[in-house]
Design a protein. Structure first.
Length: 293
């Protein structure tokens, strides 16, 4: 596996692969890699001959009171994992390379960023879309793989790529979970044993909503209530537990004119963001689409 640090090296490697008739696969990450990331690498291999991974902890997407300074970093360990997953190239730039002196451009996607995590993390998605636009611009024509654990991020990136006519195919990969049901996350490393046990309430609530939906429940209020009851009993704080349209991310709410309770259709996103201890966790499932054991 080749390790490069400059944008010019990354771009040239991708251009060289295309000149040789190869398709480029790309997996952007912030490092602290786990099996969920490696699943994305393996998925990229299904679509491409040159599989590239970036590791860059992007300060622009962290809020002032978030965990940028303590976010786990282990480039050597991550590189070893990527070699084991047969990645071809690792792009690990310095901050000064991604945000050169005098840079003055930000990429913003509206509407999709104004719900769910948006109100709780001001500026977060603008930081995400800006750095991902930079990375995709360097990778060029490619297939890029993102995990569905951050469902909102995936939706926002799809919208950006479509709106800006980027020559990139976006592939969303299903959430990878521990046997316990806990969604894999780099931030799980922060959890104590007690907090990890309480964090299982997220997937437990999603499974209850999934079972109710499979049995015919279509009340958004009832489905949300099943999840919220599990999470509120275990989390230290909750940003949201919402049932939303999986395409627009609009949260289902009662009809204003009639006051009728909201009902969902053939598919519905159930999304959670909460804190267990000091760790912010997110999880989701798309009812009518995902299968939760």
């Amino acid at each position: 596996m080749r390790l490069v640090h400059t944008p010019a090296e990354f771009r040239e490697a991708c251009d060289e692969a295309r000149r040789a008739g190869q398709r480029v696969g790309f997996v952007p990450t912030m490092g602290a890699l786990h099996e969920g990331h490696l699943a994305l690498v393996r998925e990229a291999r299904k679509h491409a001959q040159l599989v590239c991974v970036s590791i860059f902890v992007n300060e622009a997407q962290f809020g002032p009171n978030e965990d940028f300074s303590r976010y786990p970093r282990d480039l050597a360990g991550d590189a070893e994992k990527l070699r084991g997953a047969s990645a071809d190239l690792l792009f690990a730039p310095a901050a000064a390379a991604m945000y050169e002196e005098g840079e003055a451009t930000r990429v913003r996607v509206s509407r999709l960023t104004e719900v769910l995590c948006g109100p709780f993390r001001p500026g977060h998605f603008e930081g995400v879309t800006t750095v991902v636009a930079k990375l995709l611009g360097l990778a060029g024509s490619s297939v890029a793989v993102f995990g569905r654990k951050d469902y909102q991020q995936l939706a926002v990136i799809r919208r950006m790529v479509k709106d800006l006519y980027m020559p990139v195919e976006i592939v969303g990969h299903p959430i990878i979970r521990e046997e316990s049901g806990l969604a894999l996350s780099s931030r799980n490393a922060y959890l104590s044993a007690d907090e990890r046990a309480r964090a299982l309430s997220l997937s437990r609530g999603l499974r209850k909503a999934s079972a109710a939906f499979a049995s015919g429940e279509r009340s958004a209020t009832a489905l949300r209530g099943l999840v919220h009851a599990e999470v509120v009993a275990n989390a230290d704080s909750i940003d949201y537990v919402d049932v939303a349209d999986p395409d627009t991310l609009s949260v289902f709410s009662a009809d204003v004119a009639s006051g009728a309770p909201p009902s969902v259709g053939a598919r519905a996103l159930v999304a959670i963001a909460c804190r267990v201890g000091k760790t912010r966790l997110i999880d989701n499932t798309v009812l009518g689409e995902d299968v939760l054991a």
